[in-house]
Design a protein around this ligand. Structure first.
Ligand SMILES: Nc1ncnc2c1ncn2[C@@H]1O[C@H](COP(=O)(O)OP(=O)(O)OP(=O)(O)O)[C@@H](O)[C@H]1O
Length: 511
């Protein structure tokens, strides 16, 4: 049993542990936490700058960020710490005095920055592309979209990874002892190691290990619980309602939209604008998608654009609010060329609703509708809230104002998206296959709402596969194929009296 006694003396010498405990807490623990916290904070700042640089459209920002990340992520931590700590020792001493901590924190921050930059970058890039499109359609600039929506969403997604990085910094801080710490500034590992030398056994080092675990293990659990809340939070917010219940709810919603064809005199009428598209060309690289499109949309009318997949319908719509830039031709909005306007200004006048709703998931329905009023139009919050509540009531969702998108059905989300577009008081609204992602029983509610907007004088251009809706609601139906308008006319002309072979063929396939 001699070896057991030897082991006990080496690792479990309680007296040695008790002796080192006070300095372990007052010096080691304090300094380790200072090193880890300071380098995580600096690393987060540096990481955010690197992430924004690395997704920037300019390669003069992307390339330096890439080189930095490759170097500091690729080098072993100990190499960076030694190079910084010893290479800059003189400057460090002149600037900071004999304390080796500033250089230690600098080295750890440079390393952490490279990792945190990559964490942020992947978080930001994991945000769906539609989110930025929605921001731009609500007339935010790229910078505003990034700042208000994309970056906060990205950061929320990577919170657990950031806590992990802090744990990494706690552990890496033990390497700073190489820089030759002062007795008053040793971190946990060095306190343990020094005492181990004095006592001739490893018990103080074991205690140091326990201290690391006391910091890192609870954090690991915090990470897991953050992770769970972020994931399960969505389910908790979800209210499972039957689609049929939603249909009845919508029908009984007061003021949602009139079922009768005629409007009550008090009903607000929109002031729809006109569009004149002439010789519009658009290409994605080599792929010519629009080839000289001509189209006239009169004020307060509904135009439905139909055609086979890939014919350029969505691209035409995106040209109308310049989410993509036309290569040639022009579009006049109430006689003003949209190409001469600032895109943000144009998008205040031309709203858009997307196939996949593109609501902001971290905002409630009300906040989704309010956001562009406060941030773009600069309205005071209470006024924006009043307008947003009225628009949500218009779409039958007053009772769901404080729900997040995750807690709403697809149909409800799409109606919030319509309320969000309406809140900007546009002259024209573009609808891009807005019912394609909906369950069948929820389609009618959204289509009825759109029909109501049309009756109230909103100018609408609607890309749709709902032929029944186009026939019933459209003033004009436009058939596109291979980037051209093949036929345009009244629903009767298009559906009952098609002229071209292509339209006849298309109708035979879809009707
Ligand atoms: N961002 C893009 N980059 C490159 N090509 C694109 C892009 N978006 C669309 N395209 C291509 O442009 C063509 C027209 O696409 P568009 O989405 O406008 O057609 P669509 O008529 O709306 O079709 P669908 O009904 O399938 O949405 C297609 O060939 C498509 O693959």
């Amino acid at each position: 049993m001699n070896w057991l006694e030897n082991l006990r003396r080496s690792f479990l010498d309680w007296q040695a542990m008790a002796d080192v405990l006070p300095s372990m807490i007052t010096i080691g623990l304090k300094n380790t936490l200072i090193l880890a916290a300071a380098s995580t904070v600096l690393g987060v700042i540096l990481g955010m700058v690197l992430a924004v640089m690395s997704i920037s459209p300019s390669r003069w920002l992307r390339i330096p960020a890439r080189i930095y990340t490759d170097i500091f992520r690729g080098l072993p931590a100990i190499v960076t710490i030694l190079l910084i700590g010893q290479g800059f020792a003189r400057i460090g001493r002149e600037l900071f005095g004999p304390s080796p901590y500033p250089l230690g924190i600098l080295a750890l921050s440079l390393i952490a920055g490279a990792y945190i930059g990559e964490i942020f970058r992947s978080g930001i890039q994991s945000v769906e592309r539609g989110q930025m499109e929605a921001c731009r359609a609500l007339s935010m600039s790229y910078g505003q979209g990034m700042r208000l929506i994309i970056i906060p969403q990205g950061i929320r997604r990577v919170l657990p990874a950031l806590v992990n990085q802090f744990i990494g910094n706690v552990k890496d801080s033990s390497l700073v002892y190489f820089l030759g710490l002062l007795a008053s500034e040793r971190e946990i590992f060095r306190v343990g190691q020094d005492q181990a030398v004095v006592t001739g056994n490893l018990s103080p080092l074991l205690l140091a290990g326990v201290f690391y675990l006391v910091i890192t293990v609870p954090l690991t659990h915090v990470v897991n619980s953050i992770d769970n809340t972020l994931r399960l939070g969505k389910h908790k917010a979800g209210i499972v309602t039957s689609g049929l219940a939603e249909v009845s709810e919508l029908e009984s919603a007061v003021g949602a939209y009139p079922v009768a064809e005629t409007l009550a005199p008090a009903e607000v009428r929109f002031k729809g604008g006109s569009l004149a598209v002439s010789k519009l060309d658009m290409a994605y690289g080599e792929l010519q998608v629009l080839k000289g499109v001509d189209l006239t949309v009169k004020p307060g009318t509904v135009t439905c654009v139909i055609g086979p997949s890939g014919s350029g319908k969505s691209t035409l719509l995106r040209c109308l609010n310049r989410l993509v830039e036309p290569k040639g031709g022009d579009v006049l909005l109430d006689s003003d060329s949209i190409l001469a306007m600032k895109p943000e200004k144009l998008r205040r006048r031309v709203g858009m609703v997307f196939q996949h709703f593109n609501l902001f998931p971290d905002h409630t329905a009300l906040e989704n509708v309010m956001l562009s009023l406060t941030k773009i139009k600069g309205m005071p919050k209470h006024e924006a809230a009043r307008i947003a509540e009225a628009r949500l009531a218009d779409v039958g969702l007053a009772a769901r104002a404080h729900h997040r998108p995750g807690g709403l059905s697809g149909g409800q989300q799409q109606r919030v998206a319509i309320a969000r577009a309406l809140a900007m008081d546009p002259e024209v609204i573009l609808f891009d296959e807005v019912t394609s992602a909906l369950d069948p029983e929820l389609v009618k509610g959204v289509l009825n709402l759109m029909a109501d907007l049309g009756r109230r004088g909103m100018t609408m251009v609607i890309v749709t596969h709902e032929m029944g809706f186009a026939r019933k609601v459209a003033d004009q139906v436009v058939f596109m194929d291979e980037g051209r308008v093949i036929e345009a006319g009244t629903p009767v002309a298009i559906f009952d009296n098609p002229q071209s072979e292509r339209l006849k063929h298309f109708l035979a396939e879809v009707l």
